[in-house]
Design a protein around this ligand. Structure first.
Ligand code: NAD
Ligand code: ZN
Ligand code: ZN
Length: 365
């Protein structure tokens, strides 16, 4: 079938093209996209900051309606509303242990544009194969996705607000709830209040943290962080000593937990020195360059832990329905991050993300 999709053919350029989408294969479904969010990882991929192959259809935060199911699909049927999340092979050790975020084939399935059988499902007018980011490519009016990566949701919910649950919000909320696991009264600092960071703020509030410190450089994002649960915000551009300020806000102790979601290399050592004894910090961002760490000073003295987290350590078919329930009850107001654009205004949506004006641009089909 003919589709309209946002394709990268060269670094930094994204254009809408008409392409040919094949039929869903074994264990796959064809989805009519209703909406798709732009995540910072789409932009990093467009700028070739991750290993990938072009041409490639971007989009990995799609929501839509199943239109057709391929052979062997048992858990979905046409008409089902789905959130399309990250891919995993389903066969490797981590997948079998229920840890698809640690799939042995993550890099390939996320970024190379191929599906689990190493094939592509899209062709352009000249017959050249075109990849789909995250085995999805949902910046398109239709896409194909593996059954195991599509999460069925209650058709009553307004789908367009849920795009970020597929990646950004799942990452921020999951890093807090599945990895850091703070309890009531704990303290946390969140570096970068974009879609991932503010979702982490919301999750920290849900977990009962008593001090939630957001760090950003865009005043409107800092203000939204406060409205979504942050108890304090720090403007990274104006504060000469962020760890010192965090210590002041925590009675000299430093925070128990911290999360890096800005991608700024210099913030990683600052985050680690803001931790208190036995603190735990995670990096979820794609850090945009090398980081200098004095390991002995940071790790041995205060007994801190430091981890990387992919997609919020989550199993999407279990975690996303939990997040949808939080959203329905007003406990995870991710709709507050969204601004909506018709698909033809893709450039405007990208510009809004780039300028910092909009946290989660969502394209409507
Ligand atoms: N690990 C994963 O699975 C995963 C999933 C989704 C996104 N990501 C990555 O997480 C990161 C965040 O994604 P996002 O969509 O929220 O991006 P975003 O661009 O919306 O958020 C980044 C935030 O950092 C802020 N920032 C920039 N410079 C800063 C500074 N010097 N000090 C403090 N704040 C600063 C920006 O103003 C912005 O609010 C990206 O690197 C993205 O690629 C990782
Ligand atoms: Zn796997
Ligand atoms: Zn993403």
């Amino acid at each position: 079938m003919k589709i309209k999709a946002a394709v990268v053919r060269e670094k930094g350029k994204l254009n809408i093209e008409e392409l040919e989408l094949g039929a869903p294969g074994m264990g796959e479904v064809l989805v009519k996209t209703l909406a798709a969010g732009i995540c910072h990882t789409d932009i990093s991929t467009m700028n070739l900051e991750v290993p990938t192959f072009l041409p490639l259809v971007l989009g990995h935060e799609g929501v839509g309606i199943v239109e057709e199911v391929g052979p062997g699909v048992t858990s979905l049927q046409p008409g089902d509303h789905v959130i399309m999340s990250f891919p995993s092979c389903g066969c490797c050790g981590p997948c079998l242990e229920g840890k698809p975020y640690a799939c042995d084939r993550s890099t390939e399935l996320f970024f190379f544009g191929t599906y689990a059988d190493q094939g592509r499902r899209i062709k352009d007018k000249t017959g050249q194969a075109v990849g789909a980011l995250f085995g999805q490519g949902s910046l398109a009016d239709h896409c194909i996705i593996a059954e195991r990566n599509a999460v069925k949701v209650d058709p009553e919910v307004d789908m367009k607000a849920l795009c970020s649950l597929a990646c950004g919000a799942q990452t921020g909320a999951g890093a807090v709830l599945n990895k850091l696991k703070p309890g009531p009264g704990d303290t946390i600092a969140i570096f970068g209040c974009g879609a991932v960071g503010i979702s982490a703020v919301m999750a920290a509030k849900l977990a009962g943290c008593s001090t939630i410190i957001g760090v950003d450089v865009v005043p409107s994002r800092m203000e939204l962080a406060l409205q979504c649960g942050a108890t304090h915000v720090i403007n990274g551009r104006e504060c000469p000593d962020i760890p010192g300020e965090i210590r002041k806000l925590t009675g000299g102790q430093g925070v128990r937990f911290a999360l890096e979601a800005s991608g700024v290399p210099a913030l990683v050592p600052q985050m680690l020195s803001a931790l208190g004894k036995e603190g735990h910090a995670v990096v979820v961002s794609i850090i945009a360059g090398p980081v200098n760490l004095d390991v002995s000073m940071l790790f041995v003295g205060p007994c801190i832990s430091f981890s990387g987290v992919v997609e919020g350590n989550s199993n999407p078919r279990i975690f996303i329905p939990q997040l949808v329930e939080f959203y329905k009850k007003g406990l995870l107001p991710i709709d507050r991050l969204c601004e909506y654009y018709p698909f033809r205004e893709l450039d405007k949506a990208l510009e809004a993300a780039h300028s910092g004006k909009v946290i989660k641009p969502v394209l409507l089909f």
